[in-house]
Design a protein around this ligand. Structure first.
Ligand code: TXA
Ligand code: MG
Length: 316
């Protein structure tokens, strides 16, 4: 399904946000399930729709870096540098917040996670709405994030008021989350911008230890399809691994004579673009067990390995 969108439709979606409704929209990473970040009831509906535990804070999306100061106590120099280098783009910053955002959106924390997405439809929606949009990924809690409008409809058809179709997401995994509230900046979740790129933009090293308290709602099992997952590197797999029993499937960077199987590139950035769609397809095909060979190189390697590890972790 590829619907085109018009400015009129985007204005209607912005109006829906003003009326407290939920609007699913495309970003460059994954689709988001958005609500007015200052409206407590609308934000509460996001948690309800996703089945997400309250206390797992949401990311607030804004139209441009100038708006950052409207949501935070102060804009540190590090935030200015990162906004300059990566916004619009797949980088979320955690900063000390002011009173503008609904407490429900941030799990009553004193901080806010905020970003400017790099997608023309998201930016037009944010400009038309003229405010902040709190949005998690538009999937059921713990599941695989949506990278097409059809994925959103599969997961949330009955609860979402508007779905804007902006085609397939370009990055395919979520944003990098960097916490700037401590003595040293620290990456809470690897994503579309690498840690090395952040370090070089800041000119300082990142802390390599993420304190438990600074990463709320980051669970070991996440981004998981229904199928159980076994991970093996290209060096570890043997010919027997590829003679699989019925009900099992393979995702690998080599093409194998197994059905169903999916071939994804060795480069993590290219792998990321199709990973979530393939995990969803495996579920749709009724695959019970997936053998996955991860990518082995590329800028998004850390992010893809993180998502695969969480998808393969014992389920909650
Ligand atoms: O690419 C993305 O980031 C997508 C698109 C829609 O923007 N959004 C996304 O949202 O992945 P979600 O809700 O699935 O993940 C948001 C993560 C949560 O795991 C939460 O721990 C973290 O952001 N987070 C939000 N607010 C935070 C805060 N104040 N401090 C620390 N972490 C926070
Ligand atoms: Mg999510």
């Amino acid at each position: 399904m590829t619907k085109t969108f018009s400015s009129e439709q985007i204005d209607e979606a912005a109006e829906a946000l003003r009326n407290g409704q939920l609007v699913a929209f495309p970003t460059e990473t994954v689709y988001g399930l958005g609500a007015d970040a200052t409206n407590p009831e609308a934000v509460a509906n996001i948690f309800e729709a996703k089945g997400r535990p309250v206390g797992h804070p949401l990311i607030v999306h804004i139209a441009n870096a100038e708006q950052l100061r409207l949501w935070v106590r102060e804009v540190p120099e590090s935030a200015e540098k990162l906004a300059e280098a990566f916004w619009p783009g797949p980088l979320t910053m955690v900063l000390s917040r002011n009173g503008r955002v609904a407490a429900e959106a941030v799990g009553s924390k004193p901080t806010i996670a905020i970003r400017v997405p790099d997608h023309p439809v998201a930016l037009e929606l944010l400009a038309s709405f003229d405010g902040g949009v709190a949005a998690p990924s538009a999937n059921k809690f713990g599941g695989v994030s949506p990278t097409t409008a059809a994925h959103v409809v599969d997961d949330l058809d009955d609860i979402v008021d508007v779905v804007i179709d902006g085609g397939k997401c370009g990055v395919g995994v979520e944003s990098t989350i960097v916490d700037l509230t401590g003595d040293m900046p620290v990456v809470l979740r690897p994503g579309g911008v690498s840690a090395a790129a952040i370090e070089s933009a800041l000119g300082v090293s990142l802390a390599d230890d993420v304190g438990e308290a600074r990463a709320p709602g980051m669970l070991s099992s996440h981004y998981a399809p229904n199928a159980s997952i076994e991970l093996k590197t290209l060096e570890e797999v043997t010919a027997e691994d590829f003679t699989v029993e019925p009900g099992t499937g393979v995702i690998a960077s080599v093409s194998v004579d197994v059905s169903p199987s999916w071939t994804l590139p060795v480069d993590a950035t290219a792998y990321a673009k199709n990973l979530y769609a393939v995990l969803r397809e495996a579920d749709a095909r009724g695959v019970k067990k997936l053998l996955i060979v991860p990518p082995s190189e590329g800028e998004l390697l850390e992010a893809v390995l993180d998502r695969l590890a969480k998808a393969a972790a014992p389920r909650l």
